[in-house]
Ligand binder design. Structure first.
Ligand SMILES: [Zn+2]
Ligand SMILES: [Zn+2]
Length: 176
């Protein structure tokens, strides 16, 4: 069942206040646990859940974010196009720079807010590029009629008789 978009929480919950860590010296650590259902990470990324624990470490260059997040999202089978629920593990190891140098991809804002949303979004988009199947032996769609072959053979199968079977059938017809 596809939930209406309004059922998703906004990505504000991915903003972490790390002001206290910035104020403490290098080497200070804070573990933070995420357990968020139904979240709109970005315009193009909705997750059914994201959870896991991240370790935030204050280093000279900013905040180092490390850990594993598990996320679930709706996708479709690469072969038969049926909707599937995908579960992925995101290995996170990223520097959020502070103060912000020009060339850094991720950074902590001047207000001490570390926003995980852009990082989660890019990780999910990478995962989405890997094709997934509804089941390891998905039979896909019939190239002739487009029928989903996981739900049974289509009519095309009757027409395409195996040549060896055709020979047998001819032989049997002769013997009658
Ligand atoms: Zn499939
Ligand atoms: Zn067919």
């Amino acid at each position: 069942m596809k939930q209406h978009t309004n059922g998703y929480v906004g990505n504000r919950v991915l903003k972490l206040n790390v002001g206290f860590l910035l104020a403490s010296g290098s080497g200070h650590i804070k573990d933070t646990t995420l357990d968020i259902p139904k979240i709109r990470v970005a315009e193009d990324v909705d997750l059914d859940y994201i959870k896991g624990t991240l370790r935030l470490t204050r280093i000279k260059e900013g905040i180092l974010v490390q850990g594993k997040l598990n996320a679930g999202f709706e996708s479709e089978c690469y072969r038969c196009l049926d909707p599937i629920e995908r579960e992925v593990t995101l290995q996170i190891e990223e520097l959020f720079a502070y103060p912000v140098p020009r060339d850094s991809e991720f950074s902590v804002g001047e207000d001490g807010i570390l926003d995980l949303a852009p990082l989660v979004r890019s990780e999910i988009l990478i995962e989405e590029e890997h094709s997934a199947l509804c089941q390891p032996d998905c039979r896909g769609l019939c190239p002739e009629c487009g029928e989903n072959l996981n739900r049974g053979a289509c009519a095309c199968a009757d027409e395409a008789i195996d040549p060896r079977l055709a020979k047998l059938k001819a032989l049997r017809d002769q013997m009658r």
